[in-house]
Design a protein around this ligand. Structure first.
Ligand SMILES: [Zn+2]
Length: 197
């Protein structure tokens, strides 16, 4: 399922990751389902506390702040973005472990090389309900990153909400229909039962 981001948020991730070069930089991603609606850059804990340029980690205070801001807009933390200053936009095994441990579903990796963005690639944690018979693989699933214009966002959300509404009403209709069918069957069986000699 593609991950959708507006151009403005995409550019914000790109500029933060370029500014952080040659260190890793990152932040939280807020939204609903696979739709990115907010970007919350945070200080790199690894850099400021351990002087490690080749890793990215947040602290609890930043995470709580991001959570609070997103919650105010009816969104949750759906993902994390961070940069790889070696230019390679692929998650490492420790990226996977961290996402799994903290239950952060989406990962955007920005490859930065020579203070230039090489690519922003999207990944998500495997979900059990994708195929209940299979064990989820022990690695990220690559996802398509769909960039839409800022102006399209309202239309995009409206369309998604409309689709959800239609699906819900279809489900309600089916349930009502089944209920009605059951009642008719009951009435018929009683009627036939009564007429039986
Ligand atoms: Zn990484």
């Amino acid at each position: 399922m593609p991950i959708t981001i507006i151009q403005r948020h995409y550019d914000k991730i790109a500029s933060h990751c370029i500014e952080s070069y040659p260190s890793e930089g990152g932040g939280f991603i807020g939204g609903r389902d696979n739709l990115i609606l907010g970007i919350f850059p945070v200080p790199n804990f690894e850099l400021w506390f351990h002087r490690d340029r080749t890793a990215f980690m947040w602290d609890d205070l930043s995470k709580n702040q991001a959570y609070g801001v997103f919650k105010g807009y009816n969104m949750g933390i759906i993902g994390l973005y961070h940069s790889h200053p070696n230019g390679i936009a692929l998650p490492s095994q420790s990226d996977f472990t961290a996402h799994k441990e903290y239950g952060i579903r989406i990962s955007l990796i920005a490859g930065v090389s020579d203070r230039k963005l090489t690519k922003i690639a999207a990944f998500s944690l495997p979900r059990k309900d994708d195929d209940p018979n299979e064990n989820p693989p022990d690695r990220f699933i690559p996802e398509k990153l769909e960039i839409i214009e800022d102006i399209d966002l309202d239309a995009y959300i409206a369309e998604k909400e409309l689709q959800a509404e239609l699906q819900q009403s279809a489900a309600r209709y089916l349930a009502q229909e089944q209920e009605l069918e059951k009642r008719v069957a009951e009435i018929l069986s009683k009627k036939h039962g009564g007429q039986r000699p």
